[in-house]
Design a protein around this ligand. Structure first.
Ligand SMILES: Cc1cc2nc3c(=O)[nH]c(=O)nc-3n(C[C@H](O)[C@H](O)[C@H](O)COP(=O)(O)OP(=O)(O)OC[C@H]3O[C@@H](n4cnc5c(N)ncnc54)[C@H](O)[C@@H]3O)c2cc1C
Ligand code: SF4
Length: 475
């Protein structure tokens, strides 16, 4: 096992900065390698891979753990990438405690799960470093084109799978950079942006065409896309922020989570962001209250901590046990000094032009109803006032009104506003138009977006093959 004391024993005066950083990189990589091998060797190869069953991609975890333990990293990477288009992304940001690791047999026996996510991240990071991640090799080009709306993980995974089969792919996105929530939602401290940029660059290098700053509905009509492409995939995610409909909601310095996170991510990417640069969206030195209990709320509190906010509170109307966010994320936030105010609801935002304080009412939980969930109920006479400079609302997301946005009345929706699709094929009610990812599931996870992207690619390919066959038959 590597001893970190090595670093302290060296005389730094005698070494150049370059040599010192090289030594550190070598020592650190060796440490990661030792850790990955040690963790992989803990896998008992139990024969009933619950981890694999509970991974949405059914990753062949036991096999790549075994290969890693044996030091056969290139083979481990090959197996990991067979089922996942972005293993290094999932390794970093999957809520493993609810998926693979939470179901590890060793975890169940009380000895702590094998750190599957960390090993998946490690082997793919090494693969990038060693040049094992190659551009897509297309065996035979096909003169059939597919338009994908949205460059989030759903669109990217579908594009890769279809490009492998030789289709001509164009991805349209209203943002200036590809990646969807991977680039502008999830903060850099959880997912470094170079990782996302490397992935999208690889797709560009593999012949996938990206049309950025292009909003379907306003920049190009949906009907134009239908004329241009043989099939269409809608992978637009969900972006309509849920509102806190309480008095004072229009005061200054009350922001939706995505506005705050996008500004912070753009700043991190080196962009000029006026609202950040003039201090409006920068929480440094301010008292911040984030409202909500999901992973987006956790990203907002942890971003505020990194911006050196004076104090950061997270207000949630249920208790810790009933929080939708990952337990690991809550623990991380607490460790970083975030103050969780459980069973608390905002009642009124107060201030003259800017927010100055918040009236909070205490809640209690009812007995669980038929669905098994307890309802938060207001406690009588429990109100109190909290001083605050910035409020960030992280109350969840709903789908935008796509038929209206796309000027396409035909597109059928569910009662939740998500796109209605055939359960097996993900085809919408419009032939040749498919939908996948958050826009059909509601706000979900990256790993499910990748799974949907892969599944919908299979359906689109079947549709296109059938269409070509019918054309040949009719000719
Ligand atoms: C703050 C935050 C943190 C998260 N953290 C995690 C996490 O740690 N782990 C995890 O697994 N999941 C996390 N998620 C969830 C995860 O990011 C999403 O489930 C996933 O990105 C959904 O992928 P998608 O491709 O369906 O949509 P998105 O990633 O939302 O991509 C949709 C794309 O479509 C584009 N688009 C939309 N409408 C149009 C239009 N009309 N024309 C052109 N382009 C359009 C958008 O610009 C966007 O680029 C988080 C979500 C948020 C908001
Ligand atoms: S993709 Fe996510 S759930 Fe599956 S093995 Fe990797 S970290 Fe675990």
């Amino acid at each position: 096992m590597l001893k970190f004391v090595d670093i302290q024993q060296r005389n730094p005066e005698k070494e150049s900065v370059k040599a010192r950083s090289k030594n550190f990189t070598e020592i650190y990589s060796r440490f990661l390698k030792d850790k990955a091998e040690e963790q992989s060797a803990r896998c008992s190869q139990c024969g009933i891979p619950f981890c694999q069953v509970h991974c949405p991609l059914q990753n062949n975890i036991p096999d790549w753990l075994k290969l890693t333990a044996e030091g056969r990293l290139e083979e481990a990477y090959e197996i990991a990438s067979l089922t996942n288009n972005m293993p290094e992304v999932c390794g970093r940001i999957c809520p493993q405690d609810r998926l693979c690791e939470g179901n590890c047999v060793i975890e169940k026996s009380g000895h702590g799960a094998v750190t599957i996510g960390a090993v998946e991240k490690y082997i793919t990071d090494v693969a990038w470093e060693k040049g094992w991640v190659k551009n897509i090799h297309v065996k035979k080009e096909k003169n059939i084109s597919i338009g994908i709306i949205g460059s989030g993980p759903t669109g990217l995974a579908a594009a890769e799978q279809l490009r492998i089969q030789g289709y001509q792919i164009t991805i349209y996105d209203r943002y200036d950079r590809p990646g969807g929530l991977l680039i502008y939602g999830i903060p850099n401290f959880k997912l470094e942006k170079e990782i996302v940029i490397k992935r999208t660059q690889r797709l560009k290098n593999s012949g996938i065409n990206f049309v950025m700053n292009c909003e379907i509905g306003s920049s190009i009509k949906f009907s134009e896309l239908q004329e241009k492409h043989d099939a269409i995939l809608i992978a637009t995610g969900v972006y309509k922020a849920r509102e806190a409909n309480i008095p004072g909601n229009n005061l200054k310095n009350i922001f939706p989570a995505m506005e705050f996170l996008t500004a912070s991510n753009k700043k991190g990417l080196g962009d000029k962001v006026e609202m950040f640069d003039n201090g409006t969206l920068n929480t440094e030195g301010k008292n911040v209250v984030v409202i909500g209990g999901g992973d987006t709320a956790m990203d907002c509190v942890r971003t505020s901590v990194r911006q050196n906010a004076k104090s950061v509170k997270c207000l949630y109307r249920r208790d810790r046990e009933n929080m939708p966010g990952s337990a690991r994320e809550v623990a991380n936030a607490e460790e970083e000094g975030v103050d969780f105010v459980w069973l608390s609801n905002p009642k009124e935002f107060k201030g003259t032009s800017k927010i100055e304080s918040l009236i909070v009412e205490k809640m209690k939980l009812s007995e669980p109803d038929e669905s098994g969930r307890s309802k938060p109920i207001v406690q009588e006479n429990s109100e109190y006032e909290l001083k605050v400079d910035v409020i960030i609302k992280a109350l969840g997301f709903d789908p935008e009104e796509l038929p209206k946005l796309f000027c396409e009345d035909q597109l059928r929706l569910t009662k939740w506003g998500t796109i209605k699709t055939n359960f097996d094929t993900m085809e919408t009610n419009i032939p040749g138009v498919y939908a996948a990812g958050d826009i059909i599931r509601g706000a979900s996870l990256v790993v499910w977006a990748i799974k949907d992207g892969r599944d919908v690619a299979i359906s689109i390919e079947k549709y296109l093959k059938k269409k070509s066959y019918q054309k040949i038959k009719a000719a």
